[in-house]
Ligand binder design. Sequence first.
Ligand SMILES: Nc1ncnc2c1ncn2[C@@H]1O[C@H](COP(=O)(O)OP(=O)(O)OP(=O)(O)O)[C@@H](O)[C@H]1O
Ligand SMILES: O=c1[nH]c(=O)c2[nH+]cn([C@@H]3O[C@H](COP(=O)(O)O)[C@@H](O)[C@H]3O)c2[nH]1
Ligand SMILES: NC(=O)CC[C@H](N)C(=O)O
Ligand SMILES: [Mg+2]
Length: 514
Amino acid sequence: METQNKIAILDFGSQYTKLIARRIRELSIYSEILPYNTDPADLADPSIKGVILSGGPRSVFDKGAPALDQKFWEIDKPILGICYGLQLMCRDFNGEVVSADDREYGPANLQLDHHNSPLFKGFEAKTRVWMSHGDRLDKAPADFHILGTSENAPITAMAHNQRPLYGIQFHPEVSHSENGLTLIKNFVTDICGCAQDWLMKDYIEAAVEEIREQVGDDHVLLGLSGGVDSSVAAALIHKAIGDQLTCVFVDHGMMRKDERKQVVHTFKDQFGIHLIPVDASDLFLGRLAGVDDPEQKRKIIGRTFVEVFESESKKLNNVTYLAQGTLYPDVIESAVAVGPAQTIKSHHNVGGLPEKMHLKLLEPLRDLFKDEVRQVGRLLGLPEVMVERHPFPGPGLAVRILGEITREGVAVLQEADAIFIDMLHQWGLYNEVSQAFAVLLPVRTVGIMGDERTYEQVCAIRSVSTTDFMTADWSRLPYDFLGEVSSRIVNEVKGINRVVFDITSKPPGTIEWE
Ligand SMILES: Nc1ncnc2c1ncn2[C@@H]1O[C@H](COP(=O)(O)OP(=O)(O)OP(=O)(O)O)[C@@H](O)[C@H]1O
Ligand SMILES: O=c1[nH]c(=O)c2[nH+]cn([C@@H]3O[C@H](COP(=O)(O)O)[C@@H](O)[C@H]3O)c2[nH]1
Ligand SMILES: NC(=O)CC[C@H](N)C(=O)O
Ligand SMILES: [Mg+2]
């Protein structure tokens, strides 16, 4: 993107690299993530006001560990090394990095020695910061001085004596680091001199330009679920290429009650978007028959989605792109980003994709977090009810019917879920929580209704509060409300005779049960 004012982030494979970019975005400054081995000559571009070196999973001692071209240090710009970045800076300037016996993960107390360093403007002498490292600095290089220490890392922050070179062992980009955003702000504004004038609307403009360039005269097929992400993606791509966009809504037979009707009504009838609804429920449910492993279910669903998209694309002319509303948390949790991250679950639209596809992917929201996507949606003029909708996972009720999926199970859960959501609206609680839904457990319990013995399934209700869906807490819903929900579900839904409330946060739980 053309801007006179940006920060380059060199990526050494940390799981937090995108979080650094996000924090800089929050400060209304544009940043670009570049590979660590970017040619230093490219970084000399005057629009780049400073460089941040990310953390990384490797140790600077490892054979083949990512290293910098030594010409990099000749560029005359502010540089901030974070964790691995600090360790590289230390080594390249002939200081000493050692492998510590105790690795350090989690909170630490940073004690500042040099209070007047511009990097720590506004800091108290003691600050809680968040660490994640095994190596540490033993000796700062000759031209550097120590800015701060902590118990486990005697050199927690350092700076060059003459040049604007800074290094820190902790991660200011994670929300657990107190004043982390202040530190990043100090670096990008005071030290690098960036003006805070880059807004989400500039993001939209840049994305529109990029989509136009990428797609050219080709056509794009977008998987539209009616959820926030794909609706925002549809609006954005439509702004960029207009009629070259066609949307497909796939009904896999595990949607919420009346979902297909609602999506067709909103997008086709109200917005006049070219939308093809496809009933693929026999295909999906057939392939899922007898399957009860969560990862296997997810993989089958991801693959089948793509098959449906590909077969629809063949019915149209000149379609070369498949667009999806993939967000960054989908990517990191499916662990396909660079870094040491583990697969938690294969999100259908990322880890669930087949290895070979004849369509190219277009995912304009891939770097954003949910709250940012909502901001983009508002700026594009989408109505508040659409922007504020709770997320609904692509695999739908498949990951909320534990174990094997049957048509009967789907019908039972649809009713229970609709009651829960309806009650949240009635009590004015829907917008107070981030995501709420019902789960059907493969467990039957004994009950008594009207003097008769029942032996039916258990339904769990779950509601969480979160901003980025990476961590979440369970919602403290009023007891009276829970009581009414339980009684309505048991009375109105045949097949359920007991309701329980999930009080697990994420971590250790995930939001969905599978
Ligand atoms: N039923 C569906 N039909 C077509 N595409 C779908 C369907 N479900 C999911 N997708 C595609 O997968 C992407 C990821 O799904 P996800 O649920 O994360 O996003 P969303 O449904 O757009 O938004 P939200 O997170 O608010 O539910 C969607 O953006 C969309 O492109
Ligand atoms: O489109 C999606 N495809 C998936 O396969 C998928 N799995 C989870 N989710 C949604 O992601 C958020 C985090 O969920 P978890 O804590 O369960 O991983 C929550 O909002 C979940 O609903 C998915 N969305
Ligand atoms: N988070 C990091 O950058 C870690 C750097 C290096 N791998 C260490 O363990 O010290
Ligand atoms: Mg969804």
